[in-house]
Structure formats: C-alpha cells, structure tokens
Design a protein around this ligand. Structure first.
Ligand SMILES: [Zn+2]
Length: 195
C-alpha cells in the first residue's frame, strides 16, 4: 500500500473535492464558463443569472470559508444587486455559526445578502430574512388601491443592520417569495395606536 502522501487529493483522510452544492456545476462556477447543459437551463429560465453569480461567489469563498463546503445553495434572488440566498434549511445553523459569513458573501457579491432556508411558510422565510432580529408579528395589509402588503413588526431598533438595510432587499424578497414587504419596529407600531 502506498503511503498517504502519494495521494495529494486526500487530506486528513478526507477527499478534498469541494462538496459545496450549487445550482450550476461546480466546474462552471470555478471557471466562470457555463457548460452546454447549464447554458441551456439558463436560456430556458430554469436557473437565473443570480444563480450563476451567487454560485461563482460561493465557490470562490469556499477555499477559505470552510462552512460553505458543507452546504447546498439552492437558488439566488437578485434585487438591484442585493441578494436573497436560499440554502437547504438544515444548513442554516452551520452558515450562522461563522460570524463573518454575511460579510464574506457580501464582499464576494458586492451587495447586501440575506440567507434563508428553502421551503417553509412565509413566516419562516421572514424569520430567516430578519435573523438575528426576532419577528414579532406578520400581518397582511390591504392598501386602499387593493394592493396586498405583508407587514412585519420587529422589536429591534431600525438602526440595526438587518432592518436598516432592508430597503435594499425589498426587491429580492419580492422576487424570492412574491412578498411586498412593510417593516415596522415595535415602537413605531405602538405609536400609531396612541391617539
Ligand atoms: Zn454545467
């Protein structure tokens, strides 16, 4: 049997091929050139440019952000250069365990990033979007012109990053779930109730 050092692709007994799973081939994400299959999927609308951009960003980071090698990016939704990234729901704890995950992804994508889990209802989705802020209430609001909005009340100060930046993510949230979002802090909501 050959000594282990003869196998440069084996490190600490584990295969070094990236197990990060993406909406496009890992090879395409690395090279930046889509294979015929992924190109056809993009043309048919099965994947989007946001999926391609987010895949390239994620694989570029995976070498030095090890948590990314344990997750599956399912879809990406772009709203004006800001992104909602949808991972498998069971991947959220490992993604959140790295305190610099958001800033790494935002640096790579050159925009704001919100991380959500796949599946689940709208409330679950919104809880992911606002994490680590808590979502207190989710209400459906009908505007006089018949437009439906989803109002989220959060306890935190508006100055908090997740909430303060939310305007930037509104379009990506709409693209991801069709949700027209209104955000209020608990203080703003209770001020409206006073005479
Ligand atoms: Zn491909």
């Amino acid at each position: 049997m050959l000594p282990q050092k003869s196998y440069p692709w084996v490190q600490n007994g584990r295969h070094r091929n990236l197990p990060l799973k993406l909406p496009i081939c890992n090879f395409d994400a690395k090279t930046g050139i889509l294979c015929a299959n992924c190109e056809a999927r993009l043309r048919k609308g099965e994947i989007t440019k946001a999926d391609v951009d987010a895949s390239r960003a994620a694989i570029g980071l995976a070498e030095r952000v090890p948590e990314l090698n344990r997750v599956t990016l399912r879809r990406a939704f772009d709203g004006g250069g800001n992104y909602v990234l949808e991972f498998e729901r069971q991947d959220l704890p490992v993604l959140r365990s790295n305190k610099s995950m958001y800033s790494e992804l935002e640096g790579a994508l050159n925009g704001k990033v919100w991380i959500v889990g796949a599946g689940g209802n709208d409330r679950k989705f919104l809880e992911d979007v606002f994490f680590p802020a808590k979502v207190l209430t989710v209400n459906t609001v009908w505007l006089p012109d018949g437009e439906k909005k989803t109002k989220v009340i959060v306890p935190a100060k508006r100055s908090e990053r997740r909430i303060g930046d939310f305007d930037k993510l509104r379009d990506a949230v709409k693209r991801a779930r069709g949700i027209e979002l209104l955000v209020e802090t608990e203080r703003e909501a209770s001020a409206k109730l006073r005479p």
